[in-house]
Design a protein around this ligand. Sequence first.
Ligand code: HEC
Length: 176
Amino acid sequence: MRRLRAVLMSIWLAGTCQAQEAARLAVPEVLEASGFAQFIVPRFALKSGLRISRVGQDEPAEMRFVATDPALFEGLGQGWTLMHQSDPRAMRFADWLRSDIGRKTIESFVAPDGSTFKAVVRSAGSQTAPTYDGDRADGEQKSLRLCGRCHVINNSNRMNGMGATPSFAVLRSMAD
Ligand code: HEC
């Protein structure tokens, strides 16, 4: 009986896995080795119901952890952020990492060597919204012509961006 249940369970699991394809998260080797990604990903998956599979740092992926500044969180002596091209699943993951519960989860991780991670708080300075007085239509055309070959600018070239290039939406979220 127990055996039958296990078999049925695995068939059911196989079915649900096919139903929703996992979003790939590329994880740099140091981050993977620390156990951080393995800790954080299932906790987000549990809350969101989204499936994320971790892949190597050089593999194609919908989102990637990259060492950069300004950072979303800090650990192993450097800053890290989640890079993506406006993928809706990646955007939910990024939102969660910034949320109170996400930040608490980041800070509750302890690596085998005892080191911990820190969620980065946005500086008060970046909260004042910038104002723009340029020509929007001209700006959009120039961006699409000069930068759209690699960067996703907006919905009109969503499918044309280049794999590891941050979208303009991501660039806008950078403090500098
Ligand atoms: C040939 C492809 C290509 C073109 C064309 C291109 N970019 Fe980029 N850009 C990239 C890549 C790849 C990165 C990511 C580099 C990295 O992660 O180190 C990048 C990064 C950036 C960054 C972030 C730099 C940082 O500090 O991390 C900015 C800002 C940027 N591009 C602006 C532009 C603008 C504005 C244009 C058009 C005038 C443009 N790019 C055209 C490929 C391109």
